[in-house]
Design a protein around this ligand. Structure first.
Ligand SMILES: Cc1cc2nc3c(=O)[nH]c(=O)nc-3n(C[C@H](O)[C@H](O)[C@H](O)COP(=O)(O)OP(=O)(O)OC[C@H]3O[C@@H](n4cnc5c(N)ncnc54)[C@H](O)[C@@H]3O)c2cc1C
Length: 754
């Protein structure tokens, strides 16, 4: 993996994939800073572009047109993408505390996390409204709202609280979209009622009279009820209560009031303003902590306060990048003063828009076309990434590190192999100090009392099941890689119908400065321990060495009752085949390396890869499974053939029923396949009707190698339905029946694809 191989001297951690950070990533991709590792911690992997959001809601743009995909962008920039949420900063230890992974250390930190809804303590607002912030959540909730409106047979009253540019634009977009959807169903909009509610005395209080008058006329013409000077005092189910007691009855309430900041910034000890936004100097550095930067909505530039708008976040991207680079190499940051006047383009829902600047305004279809051109040009910068020629990395900037560190770096190149490649004892002790393997009375000598080897007892009447797996990191996220590697290794045990008892780890970590190696081991092993503990497998020891790239494997010991072992053999004609997880990880991660996989595809694939097969195995066993295996490197067909051989039967597999991960059919169509695919395809000779099926669009996917794939089991047809219901209840949403077992025939090929 790119980021692991270079000598990492400093960590630049970016929290949030907002408008400023996407610009920074692009700039770092075009001009990397050797020795600096970029890590992006992002709650959402697709960042909505604010300029296109109303157009997206109005139905003029598709999701991918209006969102920046952080995954390929991070790949392009050589940055690690951690899909997680920052919940606190430890400014002393210089760490970002995250919701679902170990704290992430930084040398320099940058915050671009946008804003949160500000309910201003109004009772019921949080429970009974749909806040527009965070926008990502709103996009999902908007879909639900649309469904509710379309499904409700009678009148539906929709209120938007907040009559600034965002609220007004949102209302007009919503009205347009819902009108269109109803028209498609042959219905009119008479049953819809729209209300715009604002505590200010006019709509668009920050705009000139020309723009205001235009929108007042437009809202009146579109039948919108405008309530100005109406401060929300309380929200109840079905109504908003205005100060003074008047109630406005509403079925949906969208909350688009002034933005707020999450409380953890203040709690962390950063200087913040009254509303909780990070106070920054003209250099975008925190007024209290020079190694913390902030940009976009979340920052308040003390000397140049501006409205919270995406346009400012975009403009701060280049100076933020420049100043982070400067500070990382020990140079002083430069002052930046944002422009005062900026062009405002507010759309009116119907592919028209209003432009305003310096007190002038204009309206029309041409303004929308102009806005659309600007927005699409902006998005192309992130969604169409150029191919970069591989160039030799320039030498480290001497300002990046002190003499001692530079000496350490040159020593890395001289590291020995053999036993000398072992990670130093101090590094290892510190990295593993916080790991807490699950307690197990069978473990007589383990990590709690380290020795030359672990000693584990086998309980009476049990047999021991052994397995080992080891592979290179396929993602630049050591924590998630640790989870997947452990899960993958455990699956062999579960597929045998056994329970995991103990584990030994074997790890390779890229050469680097001690502190960076320590963090990588800690992150990777925390991920692994989370999974091993959940599975009841106690980590009893391991071995870690340095090498060119990150890799991890486990030897797992499991226990089973002698007569309750599930083998590959045992399938009987008349039984059916169940697969518990979707296929496609091989092609998807090949596409990811080429920056051709969408972030959401990879997220879904990773979710599937960290899902344990333990409960599925138990469920299959309880429903009478006669044979079982886990799908890994040989792909579905390879593992299927192993089962048919061992069982002496034939099988029919139904192409259309195969569960496929989102995006995998698309990447296969683009010809993107795993490097293991050609070896797996050799087994096509096992397919009886090869000539007939090799043109099928799903054909390559039966060979696709899986990492931490699902279980494939054979069981009596009569029990299949109940088994599938139980599997889905256990969270295996993609579990399906994929085929049937038939009696052995005279044909040499055991598999028929139908
Ligand atoms: C309806 C509507 C229309 C708008 N139209 C416009 C417009 O036309 N022009 C304009 O200039 N502005 C517009 N705005 C305002 C604009 O949306 C915001 O000002 C802009 O999005 C702020 O950009 P940002 O870069 O600060 O953060 P954002 O774009 O909000 O990005 C922040 C990112 O950080 C991530 N994040 C948040 N918290 C965390 C966390 N704790 N850990 C990790 N990641 C986190 C989020 O997932 C998000 O992707 C509009 C707003 C609304 C509501």
């Amino acid at each position: 993996m790119k980021s692991g191989q270079d000598a990492i001297v400093k960590d630049l951690v970016l929290v949030g994939g907002g408008h400023s950070h996407v610009i920074l990533l692009k700039k770092f991709a075009m001009l990397p800073l050797p020795g600096v590792r970029l890590t992006v911690i992002a709650r959402d992997v697709h960042t909505p572009y604010s300029g296109m959001l109303p157009g997206y809601l109005a139905g003029h743009y598709q999701f991918d047109e209006a969102h920046i995909d952080l995954r390929p962008l991070c790949q392009f920039a050589g940055a690690r993408l951690y899909h997680d949420e920052a919940i606190m900063l430890d400014l002393e230890a210089k760490q970002v505390v995250c919701k679902g992974r170990p704290a992430v250390p930084y040398d320099v930190l940058s915050l671009n996390i946008g804003s949160t809804p500000d309910f201003n303590g109004i009772s019921g607002a949080e429970e009974f409204t749909t806040p527009v912030k965070p926008i990502n959540n709103f996009v999902d909730r908007w879909r639900l709202l649309v469904a509710r409106v379309l499904d409700s047979p009678g009148p539906h009253r929709i209120g938007v609280v907040g009559a600034g540019a965002g609220g007004t634009e949102l209302l007009l977009a919503a009205q347009y979209r819902l009108g269109n959807l109803l028209a498609r169903r042959g219905q009119g909009t008479e049953r819809l009622e729209f209300h715009l509610i604002s505590k200010s005395e006019t709509i668009l209080p920050n705009f000139g009279p020309g723009v205001r008058r235009h929108f007042e006329r437009l809202l009146a013409a579109r039948g919108v009820h405008v309530h100005c000077g109406a401060e929300a005092a309380k929200v109840e189910p079905g109504a908003i209560i205005i100060a003074g007691g008047k109630a406005i009855e509403l079925d949906e309430i969208l909350w688009v009031t002034a933005a707020g900041a999450p409380p953890w910034l203040r709690q962390s000890g950063l200087d913040v303003d009254e509303a909780g936004f990070v106070l920054v100097r003209d250099t975008l550095q925190s007024t209290s902590h020079g190694d913390v930067f902030a940009a976009g909505d979340i920052a308040t530039v003390v000397n140049h306060p501006r409205p919270k708008a995406g346009v400012f976040a975009v403009r701060q991207g280049p100076p933020l990048t420049e100043n982070l680079r400067r500070v990382l190499v020990g140079r002083p940051a430069r002052k930046f003063s944002p422009q005062r006047a900026f062009l405002v383009l507010i759309s009116t829902g119907d592919k028209r828009a209003v432009a305003a600047k310096w007190g002038f305004s204009a309206e029309g279809q041409w303004v929308w076309k102009w806005k659309d051109w600007i927005d699409r040009r902006f998005m192309r910068k992130f969604n169409e990434l150029p191919k970069m020629a591989a160039e030799e990395a320039p030498p480290l900037d001497p300002g990046l590190a002190d003499q001692a560190t530079l000496k350490d770096i040159s020593a890395i190149a001289m590291r020995c192999g053999g036993c000398g490649a072992k990670v130093g004892a101090n590094v290892l002790t510190r990295a593993l100090a916080d790991l807490e393997p699950v307690a197990n009375t069978d473990v007589l000598v383990g990590l709690h009392a380290p020795d030359d080897a672990a000693v584990v007892q086998i309980p009476d009447g049990k047999v021991m099941v052994h397995t080992v797996d080891y592979f290179r990191a396929f993602i630049d996220d050591a924590y998630v890689f640790g989870q997947v590697a452990a899960n993958h290794a455990l699956s062999d045990i579960f597929a045998m119908g056994a329970e995991a008892q103990s584990a030994l780890a074997i790890a390779t970590v890229p050469y680097g400065l001690e502190a960076k190696v320590e963090t990588t081991i800690r992150e990777m092993m925390t991920g692994a321990i989370d999974i091993l503990n959940e599975a009841g497998a106690t980590l009893v020891g391991g071995h870690t060495s340095e090498g060119p790239e990150l890799a991890l494997g486990f030897s797992i010991n499991g226990l089973a009752d002698r007569d309750a072992i599930l083998r590959k053999g045992g399938m009987a004609a008349g039984e059916v085949l169940i697969l518990t997880k979707a296929l496609g990880t091989g092609t998807l991660f090949a596409a990811d390396m080429q920056m051709k996989a969408k972030g959401r595809w990879i997220e879904e694939a990773l979710k599937s890869m960290v899902q344990s097969n333990r409960a599925a195995a138990r469920c299959l066993f309880d429903h009478g499974a006669s044979a079982c295996t886990d799908i890994t490197g040989f792909g579905l067909l390879g593992h299927m053939v192993e089962m048919t051989k061992a069982s002496g039967v034939d099988v029919e597999i139904d192409f259309d029923s195969l569960p496929i991960l989102d995006g995998a059919e698309e990447t296969v169509r683009l010809g993107i396949l795993s490097s293991l695919q050609p070896a797996n395809v050799r087994l096509r000779r096992a397919i009886r009707n090869l000539a007939e099926v090799q043109g099928h669009q799903r054909y390559p996917l039966v060979f696709d190698p899986q990492t931490s794939g699902g279980l494939l089991a054979s069981l009596p047809a009569a029990r299949a339905e109940a088994c599938l219901r139980a599997l889905r209840d256990l969270g295996y949403a993609r579990a399906v029946l994929i085929g049937r077992v038939t009696a052995p025939s005279d044909h040499l090929e055991p598999v028929t694809l139908i």
